[in-house]
Design a protein around this ligand. Structure first.
Ligand code: IDP
Ligand code: MG
Length: 145
C-alpha cells in the first residue's frame, strides 16, 4: 500500500472517555484532522465481544482486566477514512501509556491509565481488515467517495 493511499481504520472511543464526558472533544479532533467518519455506533460490549475483539492479546497478563474494562460502559466504535489514516489516527491517539504520550495527544489529555486510555486504533492494514468487520457490516459503512 502506497504512502498516500486512502485507508480505513477502526477507532473506538472507549468507556472511560464516554464516562468522563470527553466524547465531543475527541470527535472534534477527528474532524479537525480531516479524517472522515464513515460509520459510528454506541454499543455496550459483552465480555465475549470484548474478548473476541482483543483476541490478539489473549496471552498478555492484562487481557482479562482489559476485557472487563471494555465492558464497564458503552463505547463508540467508528470507521475512519483518509490518506494514511491508520498512522494519522495512531498519531492523534498518542502512546498506549498516557504518561509516555506526547503532549496534545488524545491519550495524554484524556486517558486515566495505560489500560483506561480513552481510544483504540487499528495498528496495521491487516488489523483494520479484522477490526472493521468485527463491528460493522458492509451496509453500515457509508460508501463515501
Ligand atoms: P494500543 O491500544 O496502543 O494499540 P496494545 O498494546 O494493542 O496498545 O494494547 C491494547 C490495549 O490494552 C491498550 O490500549 C490498553 O487499553 C491495554 N493495555 C496495553 N498494555 C497494558 C498494560 O500494560 N496494562 C494494562 N492494560 C494495557
Ligand atoms: Mg493495539
Amino acid at each position: 500500500m502506497s504512502e498516500t493511499e486512502i485507508q480505513r481504520t477502526l477507532a473506538i472511543i472507549k468507556p472511560d472517555a464516554i464516562a468522563k464526558g470527553v466524547l465531543g472533544q475527541i470527535i472534534t479532533r477527528i474532524e479537525q484532522a480531516g479524517l472522515r467518519i464513515l460509520a459510528a455506533k454506541l454499543i455496550h460490549l459483552s465480555r465475549e465481544q470484548a474478548a473476541g475483539f482483543y483476541i490478539v492479546h489473549k496471552d498478555r497478563p492484562f487481557y482479562q482486566s482489559l476485557c472487563a474494562f471494555m465492558t464497564q460502559g458503552p463505547c463508540i466504535p467508528m470507521v475512519l477514512e483518509g490518506e494514511r489514516c491508520i498512522q494519522r489516527w495512531r498519531d492523534l491517539m498518542g502512546a498506549t501509556d498516557p504518561a509516555k504520550a506526547e503532549p496534545g495527544t488524545i491519550r495524554r489529555e484524556f486517558a486515566s491509565s495505560i489500560e483506561a486510555n480513552a481510544v483504540h486504533g487499528s495498528d496495521s492494514v491487516a488489523s483494520a481488515a479484522f477490526e472493521i468487520p468485527y463491528f460493522f457490516g458492509t451496509l453500515e459503512i457509508y460508501p463515501g467517495r
